[in-house]
Ligand binder design. Structure first.
Ligand SMILES: [Zn+2]
Length: 339
């Protein structure tokens, strides 16, 4: 899959191709932006291009042995360092110093069969301080014929000294039509099953992230939207008991809470858009347009904005390990207050 195979990300692709064509590659790149928007596939395309046997200027053939080995993860000169996965938690662990020491040892050898070794540090923000300092030393005296690609969601979580040694390239979320194309490609390859209508809905709701678009739970949560619209519509201080009971029962299934909060924020975004400028083309819950328009007509714009902000705060609180029930109760208090 040559560079064009990474859908969207035109700007990152052009930066990299210009550098390749003009022989001005940096020795370290930082690809940053939300996960599942093409950062790692782009790093692998770069690795393929640097090692391709077909000599295509600024691109790779995707067909030679080297390209195929990189696609299958068996090329001996391409190294990926990732956080340790823990079976007891959905959260990723840290990247520890041992992984960086191992990488440094491997990079001290000449390339086995390629032109250039490529080291990809995935989720680089999860390097613990010792690992980050160890990596900084590697970058300060980089081994020859080696390209580093750091992949991170948020560059502010990396050591500034590390960031300053990399050329940073931002990756934006995909557009719904790009997400749709990725889903159709995956379906054509037999990796994913969905009808055209389902693909349309998934692409609209995935926030530009492919992993999200393919998530089994993405559409399951759609069935809860009616309930959420009713609750948003009923928000009033005289009805707090309803919301406390709802929060208590939902918090028992704490795994559902992040998805429900995302859904509440998404619905409020749509209702606010409809209330403020009637922009129904921009809404992500297009299949619920009539209900959302009806609700938008009953609410004041400043109330909707306050509710939308409260939903974002609740998401952030939950990400900081706040108690799920308290986060939800706080959200409804804010909603009732704003109504
Ligand atoms: Zn090739």
């Amino acid at each position: 899959m040559p560079f064009e195979g990474v859908l969207g990300q035109l700007r990152p692709r052009n930066i990299l191709r210009n550098a390749l064509l003009n022989n001005k590659m940096a020795h370290a790149y930082l690809f940053f932006g939300e996960s599942s928007v093409g950062r790692k596939p782009m790093a692998l395309e770069l690795a393929k291009t640097l090692n391709c046997k077909a000599s295509i200027p600024g691109d790779n053939c995707g067909q030679c042995l080297s390209c195929k080995k990189i696609d299958s993860g068996t090329h001996p000169d391409i190294y990926t360092v990732e956080p340790e996965k823990s079976s007891s938690s959905v959260r990723l662990g840290a990247i520890k110093i041992e992984a960086l020491r191992e990488l440094q040892k491997k990079l001290s050898y000449l390339p086995y069969e390629g032109n250039c070794k490529v080291a990809i540090i995935d989720s680089a923000e999860l390097m613990n301080p010792q690992a980050a300092n160890s990596f900084l030393k590697i970058l300060e005296e980089p081994p020859p014929n080696t390209l580093f690609v750091l992949i991170a969601s948020n560059p502010h979580q990396l050591l500034p000294t590390l960031v300053s040694r990399c050329q940073a390239i931002r990756f934006m979320p995909l557009s719904p039509s790009e997400t749709k194309q990725v889903l159709i490609q995956s379906r054509d390859k037999g990796e994913f099953e969905a009808s055209d209508d389902e693909i349309e809905l998934r692409a609209l709701r995935a926030g530009g992230r492919v992993e999200q678009a393919m998530d089994d739970n993405l559409l399951a949560i759609c069935e809860r939207r009616g309930e959420l619209i009713q609750l948003i519509g009923a928000a009033h201080l005289s009805r707090m008991d309803v919301f406390i009971r709802w929060s208590k029962s939902v918090a028992k299934q704490s795994g559902e809470v992040p998805a429900l909060l995302t859904e509440i924020a998404r619905l409020l975004r749509d209702i606010t858009l409809l209330r403020s400028c009637g922009q129904s083309a921009l809404i992500t819950n297009a299949d619920l347009r009539p209900q959302l328009i009806a609700l938008s007509e009953k609410k004041k714009l400043d109330s909707l904005i306050k509710m939308f902000k409260a939903a974002l705060v609740a998401q952030s609180d939950l990400g900081s390990n706040f108690n799920a029930q308290l986060s939800l109760e706080n959200l409804w208090i804010e909603f009732c207050n704003a109504a």
